[in-house]
Design a protein around this ligand. Structure first.
Ligand code: UDP
Ligand code: MG
Length: 138
């Protein structure tokens, strides 16, 4: 069944000019891009987006990283989009990411790991709404 998910090309991806390669990979995987917009997150916005991690030791540094340059959120659609994106992304830590995954190929560290992907239907809904209005994705 068709499903939507949110990805974000993170600041390391934009800075290292890996956006094109990663978008090409996502398209090859059958994702349709429904919406995309390059944005520079404020500290408040990055803190809100990652609020679920607010008590983690890496939160402060993550917020700093995510506000260090432009990011490229995209709304994606595909069969089983949420699970498939997580599979194609690979593990959070690129050292543990399977060969051929985006993070294995493009991430430089567990923090600077190239790409975000929603991890559940509830979070996909919330995260899509964080960046895109219903009208934009219609
Ligand atoms: N992160 C980090 N250190 C860690 C775990 C996570 O810097 O030990 C960062 C990393 O950028 C990751 C983000 O925090 O993508 C969100 O963490 P999560 O556990 O949700 O990983 P993801 O869902 O992105 O794989
Ligand atoms: Mg996550």
């Amino acid at each position: 069944m068709k499903q939507r998910t949110l990805t974000i090309l993170k600041p390391d991806t934009v800075a290292r000019r890996n956006c094109g390669a990663i978008i090409a990979r996502l398209e090859q995987e059958g994702f349709e891009i429904l919406g995309a917009r390059m944005v520079r997150l404020s500290e408040e916005q990055a803190m809100a987006f990652y609020a679920v991690h607010k008590d983690k030791p890496f939160y402060r540094s993550l917020v700093e990283f995510m506000t260090s340059g432009p990011v490229w959120p995209m709304a994606l659609e595909r069969d089983n989009a949420i699970e498939h994106l997580r599979l194609v992304m690979g593990a959070t830590d690129p050292a543990k990411a399977a060969p051929g995954t985006i993070r294995q190929q493009f991430a430089s560290s567990i923090e600077r790991n190239a790409i975000h992907g929603s991890d559940s239907p509830e979070n996909a809904r919330t995260e899509l709404a964080f960046f895109f209005s219903a009208v934009e994705l219609a």
